[in-house]
Design a protein around this ligand. Structure first.
Ligand code: NAP
Length: 253
């Protein structure tokens, strides 16, 4: 099960955090992995870890908000591995700021990376997948995507971007199904990565967050990667347009 031998996967925002974990887990399952992020140096470290375990990987610098860099990432992937079977849109930022203090620049930066970046990568990669009539795309959203019965203060622009991702997943899944390309969203709760450092540094907020979590702990990146693995594998072949929440029971509690 969950065999990815001969599959080629691109992971964005993969120099650290969940993206790095997805890269390692997919490589372990046999995929050739393109490890991409703003900093190529850190990607090379991840590639080194994959190669040490006998896997194949390539480090590519790509700011997902810039079309020319996204196109270059796709070109380099095709040159190196000949095709793309899997895309994990993972790159993202989360700026904490009260709504009334948000600037137009704050809004644009978050939406450019978190939402436009997903569009640019999905479109560029889907054009390649359409040629081979096969592919799987995972969009990482968040429980902060809206319509879940909880509101999140100080990240209005982040929430808007994540809600957009969930909507984009459904709509693109419909359009890409005739090309045998599946598109699904994963909506994680609180996961232990550098992104939640601001929360971790504030013991009172952390305590309040954990009190809301039935499992009383934050998730580990590998726990999300295992879900990514299922959703990109043949075992989830009838799933498209879905949003899967992985949150330690947060929304249920
Ligand atoms: P992370 O450790 O901060 O990883 C995100 C990565 O994306 C970083 O390496 C970051 O680089 C990179 N990135 C930022 N802007 C980029 C751009 N323009 N182009 C390419 N890469 C860029 O955070 P994470 O927690 O692993 O987040 C991964 C995904 O999960 C994000 O989409 C996030 O919104 C989502 N998520 C996280 C949580 C959580 O609790 N951690 C919960 C729900 C959803 P820099 O560090 O240089 O900015």
């Amino acid at each position: 099960m969950f065999e990815l031998k001969d599959k080629v996967a691109i992971i964005t925002g993969a120099r650290q955090g969940m993206g790095k974990s997805h890269a390692l887990v997919l490589a372990k399952a046999g995929a050739k992995v393109v490890v991409s992020d703003i900093s190529k140096e850190d990607c090379k470290v991840v590639v080194g870890e994959i190669k040490k375990e006998g896997g194949q990987a390539l480090a590519v610098k790509c700011d997902v908000s810039k079309k020319e860099e996204v196109d270059e990432m796709v070109k380099k992937t095709i040159e190196k591995f000949g095709k793309i079977d899997i895309l994990v849109n993972n790159a993202g930022i989360c700026q904490f700021k009260p709504f009334l203090e948000l600037t137009e620049e704050d809004w644009d930066r978050t939406l450019d990376i978190n939402l436009k970046g997903y569009f640019l990568c999905t479109q560029a990669v889907a054009k390649e997948m359409a040629k081979q009539k096969a592919g799987v795309i995972i969009n990482i959203a968040s429980v902060a995507m809206g319509q879940q019965g909880i509101g999140f203060p100080n990240i209005v622009h982040y929430c808007a971007s994540k809600g957009g991702i969930a909507a984009m997943t459904e709509a693109s899944a419909v359009e890409l199904a005739p090309y045998n390309i599946r598109v699904n969203t994963i909506a994680p709760g609180m996961i232990e990565t550098p992104m939640i450092d601001p929360v971790r540094k504030d013991p009172k907020t952390m305590e309040a967050m954990l009190a809301r979590l039935p499992m009383r702990r934050v998730g580990k990146p590998e726990e999300v990667s295992n879900l990514v693995l299922f959703l990109v594998s043949g075992e989830s072949s009838y799933m498209t347009g879905s949003t899967v929440v992985i949150d330690g029971g947060w929304l249920a509690g």
